[in-house]
Design a protein around this ligand. Structure first.
Ligand SMILES: [Mg+2]
Ligand SMILES: [Zn+2]
Length: 191
């Protein structure tokens, strides 16, 4: 079986963006607003070297809420993929619904994690969910993976109700810690 790291997207891979219209830090609404967070691409490559499959599981309700078009959300995804470059992400899973749509797939539902586990033969007990909000931790907990809360400053109001297994400043720190847990992993070093 495979082991995997399931990643939230906004606030984990890319920066939240301030939109005055709603006075909130939110997911990017346009490709020019996409800004990769520091160390993300290297962290994903390291996680892959540690033997993890990488998935992204993200709620993107802005089109359903009428803030943007679905085409704009697709353009944001394409720009993110472009900025990530050649990193081994196996699949992106997006829920485009709102809470009131009562879909099956919106986090904290574990739906996409369970789907990915079936499709890619993932051992959930050997896997992780890393995200910056309570919904990510709830999703991971319900799916039966271990959870890592990434304490991104701009999403601070969106966490505090869920207790994660581990907490880190960001994705790079999480993956560095994972590497330290793995005795077979030899860090690349000039010496
Ligand atoms: Mg997030
Ligand atoms: Zn959904």
């Amino acid at each position: 079986m495979n082991k995997a790291i399931f990643l939230d997207r906004d606030g984990v891979l890319d920066a939240l963006v301030y939109y005055p219209s709603h006075d909130e830090w939110e997911s990017p609404r346009a490709p020019e607003d996409v800004e990769l967070l520091p160390g993300v691409a290297d962290a994903i490559r390291t996680a892959a070297r540690l033997g993890y499959l990488i998935f992204v599981v993200s709620n993107q309700p802005s089109a359903a809420k009428g803030k943007v078009t679905l085409d704009a959300l697709h353009a944001v995804h394409e720009e993110l993929v472009r900025q990530l470059g050649d990193v081994p992400i196996t699949e992106f899973f997006y829920c485009y619904h709102r809470a009131e749509d009562r879909c099956a797939c919106r986090k904290p539902s574990p739906y996409f994690v369970v789907e990915a586990a079936k499709k890619y033969d993932v051992d959930l007990s050997a896997s992780w969910f890393a995200g910056d909000q309570d919904g990510d931790i709830g999703c991971g907990r319900q799916a039966g993976v271990r959870t890592a809360l990434l304490q991104y400053a701009r999403s601070n109001p969106k966490r505090g109700a869920e207790r994660a297994d581990q907490s880190f400043d960001d994705l790079a720190h999480f993956v560095r810690w994972l590497a330290q847990q793995d005795p077979s992993y030899v860090r690349e070093s000039p010496n």
